[in-house]
Design a protein around this ligand. Sequence first.
Ligand code: ADP
Length: 198
Amino acid sequence: MINLILFGPPGSGKGTQAAKLVKQYNLYHISTGDMFRSEIGNKTELGLLAKSYTSKGELVPDAVTISMLKKRVEDNPDVKGFIFDGFPRTNAQAQALNEMLAEKNDDITGLLLLDVPAEELIIRLMDRAKTSGRADDADPKVIKNRIQVYRETTQPVADFYAQLDKTHYLKGVGTIDEITERLIKSIDGILAVPQVAE
Ligand code: ADP
């Protein structure tokens, strides 16, 4: 299987690029952010809980996020692979994902990190707020907190995969198509290396 993690700060373009990569590689896209927004929209119990965190720019607790993700993976046993978008965001989530994949004799193929300067992120998110209807994009205080949480809690996940030689840094500034091209080049490079049997 091909299991890719699309990684980067809020507003780095993960969702946009995931949609492109899904088509290119025929993978199944899992966005924990989209899943939470759908639960919030349906006013489910999980949605109500999630909203109390997302509205402040905090992470939803690991136990909740991991069990939601695990169920989505288990519900799709026959896919060619996954694009994880917005997950894992903590070391505990990364560990849970590794265990989940190891149970299926599987592993993460690579992590692609979209690098975008903080000033650009704030501009993009404020701009997106005009059309996305996302409450967490509209408030500069919440945006700042999301970026801080990314730096403090989420970035270490990329360092963890870097130790396994699985993190690939890409410039996340440019046109959407330029960035897609960069991603495809990087992923094709990863896939060209024969996977060593353990
Ligand atoms: P962005 O990358 O633009 O911040 P997402 O759509 O990925 O937005 O996520 C929106 C919100 O959903 C996050 O700010 C967080 O509150 C919650 N969330 C998404 N994924 C996770 C996760 N893996 N762990 C905890 N919370 C999450």
